[in-house]
Design a protein around this ligand. Structure first.
Ligand code: SF4
Ligand code: SF4
Length: 307
């Protein structure tokens, strides 16, 4: 659980998101007290703190829409270089990924190992709009624009759909089938003559630890784990999640800031990862200490049920 085990960093350069996904806590917390964009001073401090790491992967995004940050391209470049990362990965709903930004993105990613993960839940306007809360046609146009750009540029795109949830899932009313997902995209590839196909990924819904469902008038799932002794989630030992304030949380599932354990504006990483707060949290997440029945990892469908 030491600092040098970190392999992946998620950095929230802004907490703005254009989406309103039905399974996401974002709309509730963004509009209350946590809204914000990382200031240049915080970003520079985060960069300085992370410079001691050698990471496999940097995500310049966390619980947000990265292209809502006007400085995202410069910041992503700086994070990738400073952390000596091997991979630069984005997760986006593509609504803001207009032609200009697509070109900027292609320039940024040139010569870097990378992946652009497009989140696109659904195959029909009504279903997509209900699940993601953003305009279907605009997002689709941007995704197709990116895929067309990728025909010539060296761009690696993955189209991700969260469809049917686990058996008994409360998301069954919002699901699209795996077959529908592949048929929908295959017809678009043919129609637009997209020869270089993106990676396609279909998986069950992640419900953001259940707590977001209140907003949608759906009852929260009960905690799915009584204890965490047999849970081996790589997020705990290997990932680093930095909020736009410089604070650290255990996981991107934590929209409630219930697992804050340090602040890069106050301490360096070595100090934070040797602190009592971190030891307590990592022991809790690994089932080595008793935790309340609603502890974050007890409510989480990831990792087993998401695979
Ligand atoms: S799941 Fe992602 S795209 Fe959807 S509202 Fe949440 S942060 Fe935004
Ligand atoms: S079990 Fe779930 S909530 Fe806990 S660290 Fe892993 S992904 Fe995050």
């Amino acid at each position: 659980m030491a600092l040098h085990d970190r392999r992946t960093a998620h950095v929230q350069t802004t907490f703005v998101c254009s989406g309103k996904c039905i399974h996401c806590l974002y709309p509730r917390c963004m509009h209350s007290q946590y809204h914000g964009t990382m200031s240049d001073a915080v970003f520079q401090t985060v960069l300085d703190r992370l410079a001691s790491l050698t990471l496999d992967t940097v995500y310049p995004c966390l619980e947000n829409e990265p292209f809502a940050d006007p400085a995202i391209f410069e910041r992503a470049d700086a994070l990738f270089n400073t952390c000596n990362a091997l991979w630069l990965k984005f997760t986006t709903n593509a609504l803001l990924l207009d032609a200009k930004k697509r070109k900027q993105l292609a320039l940024l990613l040139e010569g870097k190992n990378h992946e652009i993960q497009i989140i696109f839940h659904g195959t029909q306007k009504e279903h997509y709009t209900r699940v993601m809360g953003i305009p279907f046609s605009e997002s689709l146009e941007n995704v197709l624009g990116l895929l067309l750009l990728a025909q010539d540029a060296e761009l690696h795109v993955t189209v991700c759909c969260a469809g049917q949830g686990p058996a008994g899932s409360l998301f069954q009313n919002y699901s699209c089938s795996k077959e529908a997902f592949f048929l929908f995209w295959e017809s678009l590839f043919r129609k637009h003559n997209i020869r270089k196909r993106p990676r396609m990924r279909y998986r069950p819904y992640l419900d953001r630890t259940g707590s977001s469902l209140h907003r949608s008038g759906i009852h929260m799932l009960p905690p799915i784990r009584e204890d965490l002794k047999t849970l081996h989630c790589l997020r705990v030992p290997e990932h680093l999640h930095v909020l736009h304030t410089g604070e650290l949380v255990l996981c991107s599932m934590d929209y409630e800031r219930g697992t804050l354990f340090g602040n890069l504006m106050q301490n360096d990483l070595a100090g934070i990862f040797s602190s009592e707060a971190w030891n307590l949290l990592s022991d809790s997440a690994r089932g080595l200490r008793a935790t309340p029945y609603d502890f974050l990892c007890k409510r989480c469908l990831y990792p087993e049920r998401a695979m």
